[in-house]
Ligand binder design. Structure first.
Ligand code: TYD
Length: 416
């Protein structure tokens, strides 16, 4: 139907991969859109949803039971830029090299990136004068990619886009997607379309947060509106076999607090690495499909959120200066779930120019640039960009030298 606004929430009661009834992991409360950073006087978005991750114990795919329509999540305002941190730029260079190895024996390969964002990955293909195409619906990010020499298509990757890419460029030798597939709700259509666009011996490489790592780390704040799915090797193996591909490799990578890089090919085109079976065995031996393990996860997440609140209230009562660091989507989840706001945190520091001057979606905590004379005034900083901890610790080493301490909150609250 046309002319109707998108439904505010979508609901998943059967696993979209295998049809089983998933197990709710825990409710993380009624949440705003995780990246709905607002001007101080701007009315909050009316979109709210219950954040309720669930796990399919048959195929190992985690999914959100309710989620806002994707048009509201990935609006024109969507602030993420791949190139914002050195950690991510370095990582995407390694991913580019991995992709280039896979096409090294092809005479004139075509490389397609789904979700190219600002072109930080595809730029490596452009610089080598390889045939390439970056596809992304985010207009401003794609304009940055084009400005850096990347050939772009400003569109969502869907069957129509797939057909036009095929008609204009032919089949791809490699399709890559870094932290994108988890955002797309229609897995079957997406994987089948990727399959249609790949040459007979082509590779589809994607990276996504590892559900197993998330579980081990108790990283409850990685569940939020943008991550419709959280994948495991167990689930991707099933996904590939269900929709016409084969999982041929799987390697851990450090991004987003622990991700997996999956390599898929058409069945029989490549021999699978023993790493695939090993990853699946490890996940299942350590509780990925065990309801008790997920109960433990929920109890630990609840405990750490409560302890975080108690700790911050205690520090504030003692007169300490406390702020957050990293205006991340994760911060919105953790703050809302723990019931934190301006009473506990003066501000959240973040280097992203598009975020500075805005406020958090929960309780309007101001976002400030981490200028040294400002950061160093604080006694404690809650680390919400924990996936960039090493890079941030280097940037903010004066904070520590001046006696400042970082607070982390997964599993238990740690002040160090
Ligand atoms: P990101 O990991 O993309 O978080 P999420 O996916 O949960 O939104 O965001 C990291 C944030 O950390 C980003 O807003 C930039 C910020 N940041 C700093 O403020 N200082 C730094 O030194 C680094 C590396 C990142």
């Amino acid at each position: 139907m046309t002319g109707l606004p998108p439904a505010p929430n979508e609901c998943t009661i059967r696993c979209p991969l295998c049809g089983s009834a998933p197990l709710p992991i825990m409710s993380l409360g009624t949440q705003p859109l995780a990246q709905d950073f607002l001007l101080p006087d701007q009315a909050p978005s009316s979109v709210q949803y219950e954040l309720l991750p669930q796990i399919c114990l048959d195929c190992g795919l985690a999914q959100l039971r309710y989620r806002p329509a994707s048009a509201t999540v990935f609006s024109e305002k969507y602030p993420y830029r791949s190139g914002v941190s050195k950690t991510m730029r370095d990582h995407l260079q390694c991913l580019a090299e991995y992709c280039l190895d896979l096409v090294a024996d092809k005479p004139d390969p075509l490389l397609v990136e789904i979700g190219c964002n600002d072109g930080t990955l595809s730029r490596h293909f452009a610089e080598r004068h390889l045939r390439h195409l970056g596809i992304d619906p985010a207009r401003r990010a794609v304009a940055q990619a084009a400005a850096s020499g990347v050939t772009v298509l400003n569109a969502e990757f869907n069957p129509e886009t797939g057909r036009s890419v095929l008609a204009k460029y032919g089949k791809a030798d490699l399709i890559v997607a870094a932290n994108v597939i988890a955002h797309i709700s229609d897995l079957r259509r997406t994987i089948e379309q990727i399959c249609a666009c790949l040459t007979a011996d082509g590779s589809f490489v994607f990276e996504a947060i590892s559900l197993f790592e998330l579980m081990q780390r108790r990283a409850f704040d990685l569940f939020y509106d943008e991550h419709v799915y959280t994948f495991s090797a167990t689930a991707v193996d099933r996904l590939a076999r269900s929709y016409g591909l084969e999982l041929v490799d799987c390697q851990p990578v450090s991004t987003q607090g622990g991700s997996l890089r999956y390599s898929l090919a058409k069945p029989g085109a490549k021999s699978p690495s023993p790493r695939v079976r090993e990853a699946i065995r490890t996940e299942q031996a350590h509780g990925l499909l065990d309801p008790d393990a997920w109960n433990d996860f929920a109890a630990a997440a609840t405990h750490s959120a409560q302890s975080l609140r108690q700790t911050l209230d205690r520090l504030r009562r003692a007169g300490s200066a406390v702020a957050g660091y990293g205006a991340t989507a994760k911060s919105s989840v953790a703050l809302t779930f723990a019931g934190l706001g301006r009473k506990q945190l003066d501000c959240i520091f973040d280097t992203t120019p598009e975020k500075v001057g805005l406020t958090s979606p929960c309780d309007r905590i101001p976002i400030r640039f981490p200028a040294p004379d400002l950061v160093d005034r604080y006694d404690y900083l809650v680390m919400f960009a924990w996936n960039f901890l090493p890079e941030i610790e280097v940037r903010e080493r004066a904070f520590r030298t001046m006696g400042g301490k970082w607070i982390t909150y997964h599993g238990s609250v740690c002040i160090a």
